[in-house]
Design a protein around this ligand. Structure first.
Ligand code: AMP
Length: 419
């Protein structure tokens, strides 16, 4: 009997798994340099945190959450996103009473029961950043610039940035009413009609062609922004331009989560097919209050690591064969040689040389095959005669040249060769 990973999930295996670790690190590096601190929150939270924080009317909450009772009957949910947890943690630990903005980043698994397809998984990885407690267009621009730098660091060229403003509590209600009136005049199914009352902006996000075709004349939020929101948005745009970060205005960009206000943005990659978003975020000035906290205007984003990796693959950035991180491979012949090789390999590792050896009592032929497959630059061959002579054969696996080196010097010799 054999098991398969659950539907919508997959395993990261070497060498790709090493590359994806490097991608995560590269996306995070610009954040560290900008004063964002690392936060780790639990993988599961009180279900109500997401119901309130992400919004009952969203697909995430209404259809996609992995919710289960624990043994004491509490309802818990595997996190479908990171922002609600970060705000919960900030409020719980009173971080908002210190210096503002509170700047945090996270990196971790998210879980959504989605229809799985390429680029859309039930378990996926995000790197996220949040800046809490300041209303300042420079902070929105900073985060967008940092995400753009992250994508550039991994070598991506085809990432496009779309931005929009969703207004605030001054101007959004009038826009919402105008949009509702427009949507009520369309030919829509019952579920979508219900959405008009609960969250009409989300209808604009509908991907079905029969709905999209009817949305052409829909009122746009940019035409309804109040003076303050307009000025804010202009400032974000001009800071992006001054930073040399290209963007496209997308007046139809709304996002699937309920808590966004003002700035909203998405990074898309055209090499990904229908799941083209590699990251997205925006300002969420009302979220803290929705979770029972004080007003805490904030902005943040989450980048999809899996999709960033797919985008890199689409751009051919992963084609070059992964360089082996192994430098030396030990080939011991006989029991005494194996004991000595075991110690020698440890010494090499302690000296900073990456080293492995043949296990399982392989003979010369099998062990040399292992050395070739390992990708190591040098094989160390130690036979009974070498042991007696206190020496070891160092074979350069690229040139096949072999030299004898005294055991007492081999660590230094190899250190010199590989560094
Ligand atoms: P969201 O939290 O929905 O704003 O998503 C932020 C980013 O996470 C998206 O732009 C995607 O890159 C990634 N993402 C969201 N959902 C999935 C999923 N089901 N599978 C893989 N990546 C995802």
């Amino acid at each position: 009997m054999s098991f398969q990973a659950p539907k919508g999930t997959f395993d990261w295996l070497p060498p790709r798994s090493e590359r994806v670790l490097a991608v995560r690190e590269a996306l995070v590096a610009p954040l560290r340099r900008a004063g964002y601190g690392y936060i780790e929150t639990p993988v599961f939270e009180d279900t109500q945190l997401f119901a309130r924080g992400v919004g009952e009317s969203t697909d995430i909450v209404s259809k996609e959450m992995y919710t289960f009772p624990d043994k004491a009957g509490r309802s818990l949910t595997l996190r479908p996103e990171g922002t609600a947890s970060v705000v919960r943690a900030v409020l719980q630990h009173n971080l908002h009473n210190g210096q503002l903005p509170v700047k945090l980043w996270y990196s971790g698994s998210q879980f959504r029961y989605e229809r799985s397809q390429k680029g859309r998984y039930r378990h996926f990885w995000q790197v996220g950043a949040e800046a809490l407690g300041s209303e300042d267009p420079a902070l929105d621009a900073e985060l967008i610039v940092l995400a753009a730098h992250g994508f550039a660091t991994v070598g991506l060229k085809g990432v496009r940035l779309l931005i929009n403003s969703l207004g605030d509590k001054t101007c959004r209600p009038a826009y919402r009413a105008a949009l509702q009136e427009f949507l009520r005049g369309l030919d829509l199914d019952e579920d979508t009609r219900a959405r008009i009352d609960i969250n009409p902006l989300r209808v604009l996000d509908d991907k079905r062609p029969e709905v999209r075709a009817q949305l052409d004349g829909a009122p746009l939020v940019v035409d309804h922004l109040c003076a303050a929101c307009n000025a804010y948005h202009e400032e974000v745009r001009s800071l992006l331009s001054a930073s040399g970060v290209a963007f496209e205005d997308d007046p139809r960009l709304v996002r699937g989560l309920d808590y966004y206000t003002r700035t909203t943005f998405e990074f898309v990659h055209d090499g990904l097919g229908s799941q083209s978003a590699v990251g997205g975020g925006g300002r969420y000035d009302g979220l803290s209050e929705m979770l029972g906290g004080p007003p805490l205007p904030s902005v943040g984003w989450a980048l999809g690591v899996d999709r960033t990796f797919l985008a890199m693959e689409a751009e051919g950035l992963l084609d070059e064969s992964t360089e082996s991180r192994l430098q030396v491979y030990g080939v011991p012949l006989g029991d005494d040689a194996r004991r000595r090789m075991f110690l020698l390999i440890s010494e090499l590792r302690e000296a900073g040389v990456s080293a492995d050896m043949a296990f399982g009592g392989k003979g010369l032929k099998g062990a040399m095959k292992g050395a070739d497959r390992s990708g190591a630059a040098y094989a160390l061959i130690l036979g009974e005669r070498d042991l007696a002579a206190e020496a070891v054969q160092v074979k350069d696996l690229t040139t096949a040249e072999q030299t004898e080196v005294p055991l007492a010097q081999v660590v230094d010799v190899l250190k010199g060769k590989v560094q």
